[in-house]
Design a protein around this ligand. Structure first.
Ligand code: ADP
Ligand code: ADP
Ligand code: ZN
Length: 215
């Protein structure tokens, strides 16, 4: 199963991708996670990407297109993949189409998570991530242990540099301007599967799975 998870920052793409990864035993490919790893280890790509990410802007298409193209050729993508946070522009979607054609792969669905702006802001300001294992939490909606550590590994939690009010707003604008047009793009390709992302995490997961199975 070859899936894309589309949606504004905070919609639940990462949360739902991790659940889908377990359920279908196919890898989550998060360009955000890959870019943050590159920033952390100060690779040339990370150094270049950091300023864009801190500003809430998109990293240039050629950078992300290159990393996704390579990642899709890894053997663990043979039975499927979940793209989380890619594509984010029409140019990226075009490049993905070309890569998939070359690899004789086809998309099965583009899950589009719909969440109100107020809820997005609340989700992003309360988002925390484990420094050690990368597991995601929310202070209110998906809380860590009582002492504020990771429930999976006991690690310390951190807040992303870009999850602060001003950058959140900028990322929302970036989404509206550059990524939202992908809904029409994939609707035309008859791949778009809109899912209400406002429910609890498990409810949204159920709706995604039933949507995929019906499509
Ligand atoms: P995205 O990857 O789309 O930016 P995340 O999956 O990181 O979004 O979710 C953003 C935050 O909202 C996280 O803290 C996560 O725990 C929380 N969250 C995700 N899904 C839901 C949901 N259905 N209801 C409430 N909070 C959620
Ligand atoms: P969110 O979970 O809030 O949707 P991500 O973790 O997916 O955010 O992405 C964080 C940042 O990494 C983005 O604001 C952007 O700067 C960069 N980024 C991630 N994916 C892409 C992409 N496909 N194209 C360009 N920039 C990207
Ligand atoms: Zn952890």
């Amino acid at each position: 199963m070859n899936l894309i998870l589309l949606g504004p920052p905070g919609a639940g793409k990462g949360t739902q991708s991790v659940l889908l990864e377990k359920r279908f035993d196919i890898p989550q490919i998060s360009t955000g996670d890959m870019l943050r790893a590159a920033v952390k280890s100060s690779t040339p790509m990370g150094v270049k990407a950091k300023a864009f990410m801190d500003a809430g802007d998109l990293v240039p298409d050629e950078v992300v297109v290159g990393i996704v193209r390579e990642r899709l050729q890894e053997p663990d993508c043979a039975d499927g993949f979940i793209l989380d946070g890619f594509p984010r522009t029409v140019a990226q979607a075009d490049a993905l189409k070309e890569s998939l054609e070359q690899l004789s792969k086809k998309l099965d669905a583009v899950v589009s998570l719909k969440v109100d702006t107020d809820a997005l802001v609340e989700r992003l300001t309360g988002r925390r991530t484990c420094k050690s294992c990368g597991k995601g939490f929310h202070l209110k909606f998906d809380p860590p242990t009582a002492d504020g550590s990771c429930s999976a590994c006991g690690g310390e939690l951190m807040q992303r540099d870009d999850d602060h009010e001003i950058t959140i707003r900028r990322r929302m604008d970036t989404y509206d301007q550059q990524t939202a047009p992908l809904e029409d793009y994939y609707r035309k390709d008859e791949l778009l599967l809109p899912v209400n992302g406002m429910g609890a995490i498990e409810e949204v997961q159920k709706d995604i799975i039933s949507g995929i199975q019906a499509s």
